[in-house]
Design a protein around this ligand. Structure first.
Ligand code: AMP
Length: 284
């Protein structure tokens, strides 16, 4: 496994693989590698591709500098885990490598509308930062395939939209959310939870799952279910930041004829913001 920090070195190594007709996969991450990231890597390797994992904590997608500064960093351990999973290249650029004009003066990629709703309405420049860094990585690496998790569902929809609109010749491959046995979705931020917070964190998923089971049989009770789930979550100590039931294709409000629906939610547990979602196929 090659650990690469400079663009020149990255391009040279990729060229060698490409000259040998290899298919190149990219798995963009912010590090603190866990089983969710590793599932993306496994999928890329299963598809017989050269797997490049990028580790870059992207400052432009954070609204608050303390969130950026406190984001967990564990490069050494990350590299060990990635090596054990036969990753070919780990790309770990610096901020000045990715933003040569600086982070206050950068050329951006922006997907309108979708970047402004839901999470985007609460985190103003978040998706602009995400699409900018992903497009920079796409431009540098020019992968054939790029892998993203459904955990960040709105992000996935926005990236697919960007690829379509910008004519990137890249296939986006997604995987379902990978969870701990308790049901808690793996997340780099889980390591920031206190012991007591960690003990209740999985209830976030259990309450959403209960909501999904009921919704599946009766889409008409959605308002009621949102209220019940919100009360249940807040009773245990979560603060509900958002809880939506939406059409999973366009992230629009559901109608009586909706079939493919998604429950999307973010909650605060102490100082940590957790995100989760469940797809629901409505019985008609
Ligand atoms: P991050 O490092 O949080 O930016 O995540 C990098 C990629 O891993 C994104 O495409 C995420 O959606 C994906 N990912 C993170 N956690 C999970 C998970 N628990 N299951 C599946 N994919 C995940």
């Amino acid at each position: 496994m090659k650990i690469v920090r400079s663009i020149n070195n990255l391009k040279q190594i990729i060229k060698t693989f490409r000259d040998n007709n290899c298919i190149i996969s990219l798995v963009p991450t912010m590090g603190n590698i866990h089983d969710g990231h590793l599932a993306l890597v496994k999928k890329a390797k299963l598809m017989n591709t050269i797997c490049i994992v990028s580790i870059f904590i992207n400052p432009t997608q954070f609204d608050q500098s303390h969130d950026f500064n406190n984001y967990p960093r564990s490069i050494k351990l990350d590299c060990k885990k990635l090596m054990l999973h036969n990753v070919d290249i780990v790309f770990i650029p610096s901020v000045s490598t990715m933003y040569p004009n600086g982070i206050n003066n950068y050329t951006c990629m922006y997907v309108p509308n979708l970047s402004e709703i839901l999470e985007g309405s609460k985190r103003l420049n978040h998706y602009k930062g995400v699409t900018t860094i992903v497009s920079k990585l796409f431009n540098l690496i020019q992968p054939n395939l790029a892998f993203f998790g459904e955990k960040d569902f709105q992000q996935l929809v926005i990236i697919k939209n960007m690829v379509y609109d910008m004519h990137y010749n890249i296939r986006i491959v997604s995987i379902p959310i990978i969870r701990e046995i308790s049901g808690l979705a793996y997340s780099s931020r889980n390591t920031l939870l206190s012991k007591d917070e960690y003990k209740i964190a999985h209830k976030f998923y259990l309450i959403l799952k209960d909501m999904a089971d009921k919704l599946r049989h009766n889409i008409h009770c959605v308002v009621n279910l949102i209220e019940i789930a919100t009360n249940q979550l807040e009773k245990i100590g979560f603060i509900v930041d958002s809880l939506y039931v939406l059409d999973s294709k366009y992230l629009t409000y559901i109608t009586n004829s909706s079939i493919n629906v998604i429950i999307l939610s973010t909650v605060w547990l102490g100082k940590i913001r957790l995100i989760d979602n469940i797809k629901v196929k409505i019985f008609k």
